[in-house]
Design a protein around this ligand. Structure first.
Ligand SMILES: Nc1ncnc2c1ncn2[C@@H]1O[C@H](COP(=O)(O)OP(=O)(O)OP(=O)(O)O)[C@@H](O)[C@H]1O
Length: 201
């Protein structure tokens, strides 16, 4: 069995007493992609929040391998728009780890991912001045520029056109081949089919 970087074992969760997840188990393995599917309100985002440590399970447990690096692309990101950030600044945030200055390598990584996602020309624009798809590409770039072991992606391509969606799927494949683990919440059957395994909520 390949190595689990992040697991949820029989996790249950409630919001103010309303049950959302009941004894759900997940394994995020190195070099593998897991799709989390289910209708609106079935708890996909909640499960990703539990895996990321943003929320704590009501029962069951989440286990992270030692020093595992987790990148989360949340679904609701409108709060970011209130910040006076440019697109480049937003992507750069993905390279900040601890108290250190960004290196030339960091800046190169930022430039390359912005080119891949076709937002290089938007670098000086403020987030609030972007279209929905441009903002989503910026947040995907901020997520993928991170050197993470596990990428938790909440409906990353929902707002994207077909061509950008393909770019993102190519990036997912590259991350998996490089040994990362991807957990992706998706409504899209074609996207879910890219995964090695799926979990229906
Ligand atoms: N902060 C919150 N407070 C109370 N209830 C919440 C909160 N966030 C989500 N819920 C409820 O929890 C349930 C699961 O929501 P969640 O966002 O995890 O579902 P989802 O599968 O990601 O849905 P979608 O496909 O619509 O994105 C829903 O019934 C939702 O109304």
């Amino acid at each position: 069995m390949s190595s689990a970087l992040l697991t949820a074992d029989d996790v249950s969760f409630r919001y103010a007493g309303t049950p959302v997840l009941h004894e759900v188990s997940v394994r995020a393995e190195a070099g593998s992609m897991l799709a989390v599917t289910g209708p609106n309100g079935s708890g996909k985002s909640t499960l990703l929040h539990l895996l990321a440590g943003v929320e704590q399970p009501f029962s069951g447990r989440v286990h992270r391998a030692p020093a595992v690096r987790i990148a989360l692309l949340p679904q609701r990101t409108s709060d970011m728009d209130a910040l006076p950030l440019t697109v480049t600044e937003c992507v750069r945030i993905g390279r900040f780890t601890g108290h250190r200055r960004l290196t030339r390598h960091d800046h190169t990584s930022v430039r390359k991912i912005m080119e891949r996602l076709e937002i290089a020309h938007l670098g000086r624009r403020r987030l609030r001045e972007l279209s929905g798809g441009q903002r989503q590409r910026t947040l995907i770039a901020q997520t993928f520029v991170q050197d993470a072991d596990v990428y938790l992606l909440d409906e990353p391509t929902a707002a994207l056109d077909a061509s950008t969606r393909r770019h993102v799927h190519d990036l997912l494949g590259e991350k998996v081949r490089a040994g990362a683990s991807i957990v992706i919440a998706s409504h899209d059957a074609e996207e879910s089919a890219l995964a090695d395994r799926s979990l229906a909520l």
